[in-house]
Design a protein around this ligand. Structure first.
Ligand code: IPE
Ligand code: IPE
Ligand code: MG
Length: 238
C-alpha cells in the first residue's frame, strides 16, 4: 500500500450483491446475506486498521421490507446474531457502534440489542461504525422536517432559524461529518435512497465486485481512486 495515501475520514458503503452472489452458486439468497455479514465484520477491522474515522454501511433500507417474508425474516435473524458478534469485535478493535434509521419499526428485542451495543461501545475512541437499518434518506428527511415543524409550532424557533446546519443537526447523522467517499459494490449506478443530503459533495466509487467478495484490497483500491479526485465543491482550483 502506498504510504502517502490520504485516508478519507468518513467512508460510506452501499453493500450490494449478496443475492447475486448466492444465486451464482445456486444457493438461497439468505446464504448471500450470511456471507455478507462476515464481510461486514472484516470490513470493520480493515477500516479500523487503515485509520478511517467513520464507516457507515447500508444494512437494510426502508424499501427492503418489500422483499418476501422469508428473506426479511432471515435478515432479522442475522441482525440479531451479528449484533452480539459485533459487541465482541467492537470491544477488540476499540470501535464505537451507532445505528441510524427508524429503529422504532424493529421488535423490542432488536431495539434492546441496539441500545446495548451503543451503550457498551459508547466510550470506545477508535473507528465509529455506523449501521443504517430501516434507513431511507427521504424518511430521515421527513422525520427531520417534522421535528423542525414541531419546534416552530411550539414557539421554540422561527422559520428564519432554519439553516442548512440546523437541518443537518436534525438528521440521524447529526453527530457525524458528511461522507468523503461512497463505495457501492454490485455495480449499480444509483444511490437507492442512501444519505441523499449528506452525499452532496461525496466522491463516488462503484465496483462490480459483489459484497461477499469485497476485500481489504478492494477497499484500498477505492481509497486510491479517491486520492486521485480533485474536490472542488463548486469552486475553481488555483
Ligand atoms: C444487499 O444485497 C443487501 C441488502 C439489501 C439487505 P442484495 O440482497 O440487494 O443483493 P442483490 O442486489 O439482490 O444481488
Ligand atoms: C440498497 O440495495 C440497500 C442496501 C444495500 C441495504 P438494494 O439492493 O435494496 O437497492 P436497489 O433495489 O438495487 O436499488
Ligand atoms: Mg441489491
Amino acid at each position: 500500500m502506498n504510504e502517502e495515501l490520504k485516508i478519507p475520514a468518513h467512508v460510506a458503503i452501499i453493500l450490494d450483491g449478496n443475492g447475486r452472489w448466492a444465486k451464482k452458486r445456486g444457493l438461497p439468497r439468505p446464504m448471500g446475506h450470511k456471507e455478507g455479514c462476515k464481510t461486514v465484520e472484516k470490513c470493520v477491522e480493515w477500516a479500523a486498521r487503515l485509520g478511517i474515522r467513520y464507516l457507515t454501511v447500508y444494512g437494510f433500507s426502508t424499501e427492503n421490507w418489500k422483499r418476501d417474508s422469508e428473506e426479511v425474516s432471515a435478515l432479522m435473524t442475522l441482525f440479531r446474531f451479528y449484533m452480539r458478534r459485533l459487541l465482541v469485535i467492537a470491544k477488540d478493535n476499540n470501535v464505537r457502534v451507532r445505528m441510524i434509521g427508524d429503529l422504532s419499526k424493529f421488535t423490542e428485542d432488536i431495539q434492546n440489542g441496539i441500545r446495548r451495543l451503543e451503550r457498551e461501545t459508547g466510550d470506545n475512541t477508535g473507528l465509529t461504525f455506523v449501521i443504517a437499518v430501516n434507513y431511507g434518506a427521504r424518511d430521515e428527511m421527513r422525520r427531520a422536517v417534522k421535528k423542525i415543524a414541531e419546534k416552530v409550532r411550539a414557539g421554540e424557533m422561527s422559520p428564519e432559524d432554519v439553516t442548512e446546519e440546523m437541518i443537518s443537526g436534525q438528521l440521524d447523522t447529526a453527530e457525524f461529518p458528511d461522507p468523503d467517499l461512497l463505495i457501492r459494490t454490485g455495480g449499480e449506478l444509483r444511490l437507492s435512497n442512501y444519505l441523499l443530503w449528506q452525499c452532496a459533495y461525496t466522491e463516488f466509487y462503484v465496483t462490480d465486485v459483489l459484497w461477499p467478495d469485497f476485500s481489504n484490497e478492494e477497499l484500498v483500491k477505492a481509497i486510491e481512486s479517491f486520492n486521485k479526485r480533485e474536490r472542488r465543491y463548486g469552486g475553481v482550483l488555483s
